[in-house]
Design a protein around this ligand. Structure first.
Ligand code: FES
Length: 105
């Protein structure tokens, strides 16, 4: 059964910034872009790089290790050397609190 998990207040993160949270032992990075929030797993599918510390460009995060790109909305891979996407998570706002859905239960 999917669960919604409260992570932080919408004002805790500036536009263009991100925060990493632990969701049931999985690191998830949540980006804030134009007051929308997008959440993907924080582990590159190429070789385990920490995606969150990469550069965010045109809705894509660039893995800092070897440059693979992932869509922050869908987790889809956009550029090699990764060939598989990463997990993405639904996000909603409830009473000014960002919640993400753990659909992996
Ligand atoms: S670990 Fe991310 S591109 Fe290699």
């Amino acid at each position: 059964m999917p669960r919604w998990i409260s992570v932080f207040s919408v004002d805790d993160v500036e536009n263009g910034q991100h925060r990493v949270v632990d969701i049931d032992d999985t690191e998830v990075v949540i980006f804030k872009v134009d007051n929308d929030f997008f959440a993907i797993e924080n582990v590159c599918s190429h070789d385990g790089g920490e995606i969150a510390s990469g550069v965010l460009e045109n809705g894509e995060i660039i893995c800092p290790r070897h440059g693979a790109r992932f869509c922050i909305k869908t987790g889809d891979v956009k550029s090699p050397p990764a060939y598989e996407g990463v997990e993405s998570y639904a996000v909603r706002i409830e009473n000014n609190i960002v919640q993400i859905q753990n659909h992996l239960d």
